[in-house]
Design a protein around this ligand. Structure first.
Ligand SMILES: Nc1ncnc2c1ncn2[C@@H]1O[C@H](COP(=O)(O)OP(=O)(O)O)[C@@H](O)[C@H]1O
Ligand SMILES: [Mg+2]
Length: 272
């Protein structure tokens, strides 16, 4: 901790506005999270502004996952504050963050393979049929859900998923990822968090997911993208949060820094 940090802990949050005066939609200040003697986060701060893709990069063990878990309710920080749209939030579980509008696509567990595309999009929030069929017999409005699924996929420009009645197990890795991202974007979410969405994908499929990320941004949904892939990060990110040793080492942009610069900050060879 710097002396400055120590004196400011109880003060009101300093205004953190972007160059053009915007307020962050999501903000974390000096989060601390320890696991026994292991320090996961050591005073990590982060700001996500409306309409941007913020990449989070850092070496293994830098605290990227822990930071994201704290922002999405999967972990509760020991110290620090989180604000969503200027209001303090205290998520106890992932459902809390989700209910507040933060949707997360975790690596690996994104979809249910046996279910079709439409059912995956509505998983956990199925639309019931009107009247007693829905309220008493719990019948889902399959026709309505399928139409809404088509509309959502079209709105995101996802053209590779034509038939929403196809089981997800028959889709390619990239298409599955597209379903997971569409699901995250489909329910009026305020923030979408993607953990390594291109890690298991080939070049063409990765490009489709990157386009999807840009399409989310174009729809006004800010995205936090955790990725190890520097070219992908530099292709889609507006800003890049560099995490190192449990805290933010720097925030850079693809314009201000090269990939080599970014790696130097990640490894501590350069202060940024
Ligand atoms: N559940 C846990 N129990 C113990 N240590 C953990 C746990 N989760 C993370 N850590 C530790 O916290 C540090 C940060 O981990 P993590 O956030 O996963 O880093 P990253 O995602 O950047 O690789 C590492 O030292 C890691 O071993
Ligand atoms: Mg991780």
């Amino acid at each position: 901790m710097t002396p400055n940090d120590a004196t400011a802990t109880t003060a009101a949050p300093a205004p953190v506005t972007s160059a053009d005066g915007r307020e962050p939609i999501l903000r974390a200040r000096r989060l601390v999270k320890t696991y026994g003697r292991v320090v996961g986060l050591d005073g990590a701060s982060l700001e996500l502004y409306p309409g941007e893709v913020l990449a989070v990069i850092g070496d293994n063990g830098a605290g990227k996952s822990t930071l994201i878990k704290c922002l999405t309710g999967a972990e509760i920080p020991d110290e620090g504050e989180i604000w969503l749209e200027g209001r303090p939030v205290h998520f106890k579980r992932p459902q809390d963050a989700r209910a507040a509008g933060i949707e997360t696509v975790y690596q690996g567990l994104a979809v249910s393979p046996a279910l079709d595309i439409a059912s995956n999009l509505f998983l956990g929030r199925e639309v019931r049929r009107k009247g007693v069929l829905g309220s008493v017999f719990r019948m889902v409005d399959q026709k309505g859900m399928r139409q809404r699924a088509r509309d959502e996929l079209n709105a995101l420009g996802i053209s590779t998923l034509q038939d929403v009645t196809v089981a997800v197990e028959n889709l390619s890795g990239g298409q599955r990822q597209a379903v997971a991202v569409a699901r995250a974007a489909a329910f009026g979410s305020k923030v979408v968090v993607l953990d390594e969405p291109t890690a298991a994908l080939g070049v063409r499929e990765s490009n489709q997911v990157l386009e999807l990320i840009m399409s989310l941004r174009d729809r006004g949904i800010p995205v936090i993208l955790i990725s190890h892939n520097m070219p992908h990060v530099f292709e889609v990110a507006d800003r890049i949060h560099v995490q190192r040793l449990g805290k933010r080492a720097a925030t850079i942009t693809p314009q201000s820094h090269s990939m080599t610069d970014a790696v130097a900050i990640m490894t501590g060879a350069s202060a940024g």
